[in-house]
Each structure stands twice: as structure tokens, then as C-alpha cells.
Design a protein around this ligand. Structure first.
Ligand code: AMP
Length: 280
């Protein structure tokens, strides 16, 4: 069972105790999460373990990355099940409350430009400032050697990579592939919101993106994006925020597939917003 801590001071001393061993300095890895852990999260812990000696998992539903109309209150909180799922895979679980992360009078925000422009930001304007601020705080608190983030949240992975480079934080960011259900639906804590009928619609997202990739490789990227958007509506999605083929690193708009590219999408079924992405 992991050592569970809830304050930054406890986190720092638990990490210090693990780091200093009789045979030298142990390497620390970090996996930030919002809990409601599924196999996708566990795969990040496994990936982290391949690069370090001890893994710290943080579990914090970060209020700063939710808009008032979003699902902060409804977001699943399942700490006991999360700890059971992690078992011995994490040495430390950091589960702070909001006051610990945002003390009275908190007035700091970190805004990353570059890869945060467009896509998610067009629909969730405060999202990446909320993410960047909490990720910076977690990384500064733990100072891990590596931190693993999922490609599932591809724009977030690019934003965090940029943040760490720009602030010269002493942590290497590692991206890990998206774990999927048998029908290809990307695992997500939000999949728990879906009814049986909505779950069937959700499974079409990954298939439609794969078809769009084939169409894009034939040349017209904008036509492939548009065809995928209307295929999502036909499949039963209630609204499509975007389907976009972008440069895989900068996420800037591209006219042709000359460098590594990524297709990214966000769409809603009822109140549930799903995102997915793939290499083109
Ligand atoms: P979350 O708890 O949703 O904030 O996610 C925590 C971390 O897990 C993020 O780095 C996500 O990108 C990653 N993650 C979420 N879903 C998956 C998945 N299906 N496969 C791999 N990583 C994932």
C-alpha cells in the first residue's frame, strides 16, 4: 500500500526519505491525475516505473480547470477504489484538498501560449491556465526526475512539455499512449457518465477518426476534417466542438502532411464531452 500524504510538507519529506538510500539517490517519477482511476492511469504508472525507482501519484480534482458550468461537482471521487487499484505500484499517493493547493488569497496563474492556442481553448478558455498552474505547483512540490502524461489529453501533453521547457523545471516529461476499450473507445473517467445507448455512440469516435486519417492521407485535410464532423453528427453526437488535423508538436494549422501530424477531436453526447486524438 502506498504512503498517503495530503500536504506539500508531508509530500516533500516522504519523497526525501525515499530518495536518500544507502546505495545512492533513488529516481522519482510522478503521475498527476484527478482520480477515478482506470487502466489508462495505471498504464502511466507502469510507464513511469520503467524510468525511475519510485512513483508518486497525485489525486486532485483541480477546481481551477473547470468552468462554473462544467462537471466539477459531479466528477467521480473514488479515493478508496483508487488506492486499491494502485496497490503497490505507487510508493506515495498525494491527495491534497483544495485549500492545500489554493491557500486563502491564492493569486498566481501560469499561462502557456504556443500549443494552448485554439482547440480546447476555444471551448474551455481557462482550462490550460488551470492545468499549467496546478501542474507547475505539483512538479515544484515533488521535483520528480520524470513525470508521465497521457497522449489521451494530447494538447495538455504539449502544453505541459512547453511549460517545463520554458520554466526549466528539472523534470523530463514523458508521453504515454492512450489505452482503449475493446471497441476502441479511449478510456476516460468521464465514460462513467454514458448511458448504454450513449456508450454505443461514443465508440464511433475512434472509428471516424481512423477514417478521417485515411481521407487526409489522400490529400485534402480540410475535407477530411469536415467529413469527420458530419460523420460524428450522423453517428449520434449532439454537438461537435472540433475535428482538426494539426502539426503534432506545435499544434499549428497545416495545409499538407509534410511533418508528423495529429488529428484531434472533441464532441458531446448529451452532457458528456469526449475527446480523442491519433497520429495521422
Ligand atoms: P485525468 O485523471 O483524466 O486528469 O488524467 C490523468 C492522466 O492520465 C493524464 O495524463 C491523462 O492524459 C492520462 N490518461 C487519461 N486517460 C488515459 C488513457 N485512456 N490512456 C492513457 N492515459 C490516460
Amino acid at each position: 500500500m502506498a504512503h498517503i500524504v495530503s500536504t506539500i510538507a508531508e509530500l516533500r519529506s516522504a519523497i526525501a526519505a525515499l530518495k536518500h538510500t544507502s546505495v545512492g539517490r533513488a529516481r522519482i517519477g510522478m503521475v498527476p491525475t484527478m482520480g477515478a482511476l482506470h487502466d489508462g492511469h495505471v498504464s502511466l504508472v507502469t510507464e513511469a516505473k520503467a524510468h525511475c525507482d519510485h512513483v508518486v501519484v497525485s489525486i486532485f480534482v483541480n477546481p481551477a480547470q473547470f468552468a462554473p458550468h462544467e462537471d466539477f461537482d459531479a466528477y467521480p471521487r473514488t479515493l478508496d477504489a483508487d488506492l486499491a487499484r494502485l496497490g503497490d505500484a505507487a510508493a506515495i499517493v498525494f491527495a491534497p484538498n483544495a485549500r492545500e493547493m489554493y491557500p486563502e488569497g491564492f493569486a498566481t496563474g501560469i499561462t502557456v501560449g504556443g500549443p494552448s492556442a485554439g482547440l480546447e481553448t476555444d471551448f474551455r478558455p481557462h482550462f490550460f491556465t488551470g492545468v499549467a498552474t496546478v501542474v507547475a505547483k505539483l512538479l515544484i512540490a515533488a521535483l520528480p526526475d520524470i513525470a508521465v502524461f497521457g497522449e489521451k489529453d494530447y494538447q495538455q501533453l504539449q502544453v505541459v512539455t512547453r511549460l517545463v521547457r520554458d520554466l526549466a523545471l528539472p523534470t523530463r516529461i514523458i508521453g504515454a499512449p492512450t489505452l482503449r476499450e475493446a471497441d476502441g473507445l479511449a478510456m476516460s473517467s468521464r465514460n462513467a457518465y454514458l448511458s448504454a445507448d450513449e456508450r454505443k455512440v461514443a465508440a464511433t469516435l475512434n472509428v471516424i477518426l481512423k477514417n478521417a486519417i485515411l481521407q487526409a492521407r489522400r490529400g485534402d485535410l480540410r475535407a477530411a476534417e469536415m467529413a469527420a464532423e458530419s460523420a460524428l453528427t450522423t453517428a449520434g453526437f449532439d454537438s461537435v466542438d472540433y475535428v482538426a488535423i494539426r502539426d503534432a508538436e506545435s499544434l499549428s494549422v497545416i495545409a499538407a502532411l509534410e511533418r508528423p501530424a495529429r488529428i484531434l477531436a472533441a464532441a458531446k453526447i448529451g452532457k458528456t464531452r469526449l475527446i480523442d486524438n491519433m497520429a495521422v
